[in-house]
Design a protein around this ligand. Sequence first.
Ligand SMILES: Cc1cc2nc3c(=O)[nH]c(=O)nc-3n(C[C@H](O)[C@H](O)[C@H](O)COP(=O)(O)OP(=O)(O)OC[C@H]3O[C@@H](n4cnc5c(N)ncnc54)[C@H](O)[C@@H]3O)c2cc1C
Ligand SMILES: NC(=O)c1ccc[n+]([C@@H]2O[C@H](COP(=O)([O-])OP(=O)(O)OC[C@H]3O[C@@H](n4cnc5c(N)ncnc54)[C@H](O)[C@@H]3O)[C@@H](O)[C@H]2O)c1
Ligand code: SF4
Ligand code: FES
Length: 810
Amino acid sequence: MADKKKLVMIGNGMAGVRALEHLLKLAPDLYEITIFGAEPYPNYNRIMLSSVLAGGTELKDIVINDWDWYSENRIALHVGHTVSRIDTEARMVYSDQGAEAVYDTLIMATGSRPFMLPLPGADKEGVIGFRDIADCETMFEASRSYKNAVVIGGGLLGLEAARGLLNLGMNVSVVHISPNLMNRQLDEPASKMLQKELEAQGMKFLLRKQSELIYGKKRVKGLRFTDGSEVEADLIVMAVGIKPNVSLAKSAGLAVGRGIVVNDYMETNVPNVYAVGECAEHRGIAYGLVAPLYDQGAVLAKRLAGVDTAGYEGSMTSTKLKVSGVDVFSAGQYEETPGTRALRYQDELEGVYKKIVIENDRLVGAVLFGDTSDGASLFSIMKKGESIKGKEKELLLGFAPGGAAASPASRLESMADDEIVCGCNGVSKGAIKDAIETKGCATVGEIKACNKATGSCGGCKPLVEGLLSLYAGERAGEAVKEGICGCTSLDRDEIVAGLRRLEPATIKEAMLALDWKQPEGCTKCRPSLNYYMGMLWPERYKDEKESRFTNERYHANIQKDGTYSVVPRIYGGVTTPSELKKIAEVAEKYDVPLVKFTGGQRLDLFGVKKEDLPGMWEDLDMPSGHAYGKMLRTVKTCVGNTFCRFGTQDAIGMGIRLEKEFERMNAPAKVKFAVSGCPRNCAEATIKDYGIVAIDGGWELHVGGNGGVHVRATDLLCVVKTEDEVVEWGGAFLQYYRENATWGERTSVWVERVGLDAIKAALDDPAERKALHGRMKTALSYIKDPWKEIIEDKELRKNFEALAVPAPLN
Ligand SMILES: Cc1cc2nc3c(=O)[nH]c(=O)nc-3n(C[C@H](O)[C@H](O)[C@H](O)COP(=O)(O)OP(=O)(O)OC[C@H]3O[C@@H](n4cnc5c(N)ncnc54)[C@H](O)[C@@H]3O)c2cc1C
Ligand SMILES: NC(=O)c1ccc[n+]([C@@H]2O[C@H](COP(=O)([O-])OP(=O)(O)OC[C@H]3O[C@@H](n4cnc5c(N)ncnc54)[C@H](O)[C@@H]3O)[C@@H](O)[C@H]2O)c1
Ligand code: SF4
Ligand code: FES
């Protein structure tokens, strides 16, 4: 440990962390690694932000390396820390949060930021770029309160943002400076076809428009153009290109052009300082796509591991538009210039357009619209730079619908092994074939776990699925079926059925019995198995703490600065003066910097050190509020008929009873309840997992609501008369959910998936309902309050002495 070299990386983004992944494979013990990342998250897939915005993916699903990965690789991670100074003489870096680190080797991996047009009014509320999770969250929030969105820039990013905003229900206008959308990737015919398609989807375009100023008071109201016209806007997203983050490098004396200038080994002009990713400028180019950045990372890793390598020589790039529902591909030179010739194919009926550009008998560019299945092959031919003399038409038409090589299977079969299938990750057809035939991969997920193909933009998934069908042989039928993760081809129901049949005692045994491909499992399957086994055998299964996420292991929510937040349970949101005094005293004793009311009517004590947690819980002498786990969180109540003149029932009493009944309940995902004392519904019960609304002479029971990113109103399950029935139906509904939902699936998603009718049918029979509620009671009887357990157990308390590891993204 003592003689390890100190490697510091500034930037926790896609390019830098990919380089470290390579390095850790080549030389796992050579460096003691420290990473500073300005964003408060682990390394995530920025590319997928477009899918998150469009609603196809959850934020938690785009994490590439979760917090456990950093601790498993003994990487010291400072998230939420922006490095503000580098002293290259003393080899020190300093963060804005007061952290510092000494280095032998420094990697600059600071990426880019959006270029913001310096328009008057650009500092108004509601004017943003589209680069990170925070921008996504701003867009989600804006879509809840406002209607009109304007995206400036009709390039890849602008169109992907516009599609997402349309999906969020906003009116979307795209302002573009040129007459043609994606003018840096498409020629005019393709661009016009794209425009027509997106207009049909509801997008409006303002082309040839030069923005002049943004007006409005505090918040943006609209955008004015130099021709005097205007467009109304409650939200403006600027997507007019990116600027590498170089100011830190510049102030440290590194040579900087558009990016940080590097040679073929990613070395800057300062010894032992390297740059990789969008912040780097190599042979005059700063790239803005991951494929070249990953190539750079591979070279850098070899250099740092002391492995012989050829230098990085620059990359040819190709792009695909995502999430728009339109297939668009572009590579290389997309317009003819003197000395080039072009071949075109256009089918307006099918909406297909193809063009290849040829120079000196070599393919130098391609544009595909409507059918991009030949993109990988054409790009591969372009990269090889071989002569295509005599094969030009075959290249264009042979792959066209109805052409000679039109069958997808024969096309895939005829692909050379060294052709790249996954451009983002540089994975060839041969590597995928090898993963299927030699390593036994049978699903897309397994291939991703094996060589990362499909792991970035996902654009190559159809090709990978095609290769699976072609080479998985007897397994072909099940080949395209996705397992719950890359470690298994089994889905949720098959796993639960297998567990019931084989009855393994531990997760390890379960993986062995169910033929897991990766013996250690991953951060998706381990917690799933832990949940399913706990659900099946509450009386004998021993919960495996190491298979839970950090928050659930420490029974508190980790914050971006590494401290924790503590939420004691306050039943039904009702407290007493003495309880409040106690909380205040504890907050003072432990120097809690922030005490906040939560949205669920409780008090949250922020900024608590990990080592203070057990002491604090002891002093509070209150049960855990489970604000951190896949468990029952809060039961929000209105004042009900106790004080409110509209109240028809005792909402507070009902809420407290439910909370006492179901607290500590483990579930596939977090669960929230609310009880309103009349249909005015002040407790917002109709956006909860289990929402109860009092009516004259009874209660309406609502299920499957959600107030988060994907807001969903509840479905009415039934109407009952008594409090006992509210408890029994609730217990039965939740137990049915526990027994049937996939781990990680909220009730809102589950109810939609299985349908309310199926749930009603399962709960309708009184005997079955009682049995379900009975199984719930049995499960609850085995779970203790976790804070109490830790306070009373010296061994468990010891876990709180170690260094804190931050929590996963959720
Ligand atoms: C919405 C969207 C969709 C995209 N889609 C695609 C696509 O489909 N295909 C494709 O190839 N590319 C796509 N890209 C581009 C791709 O995401 C980037 O090329 C890639 O993320 C760049 O990686 P990087 O590591 O260089 O930079 P980043 O991923 O930006 O990482 C840099 C990190 O460094 C941090 N940082 C900066 N300065 C400091 C400092 N001083 N101290 C500490 N931390 C610092 C930043 O906060 C950031 O987290 C897309 C980008 C966006 C925004
Ligand atoms: N699918 C993908 O591969 C994908 C998706 C999103 C982002 N990205 C990458 O992210 C980066 C940023 O994307 P981007 O689209 O912002 O950059 P870009 O440079 O590709 O496109 C910007 C567009 O904005 C237009 N523009 C410039 N000034 C303007 C103005 N004043 N008014 C209106 N339009 C103006 C330009 O003509 C250009 O078409 C790029 O590196 C891109 O490759 C890639
Ligand atoms: S929901 Fe009805 S009972 Fe409850 S506070 Fe509102 S008005 Fe009063
Ligand atoms: S091409 Fe982007 S993940 Fe494969």
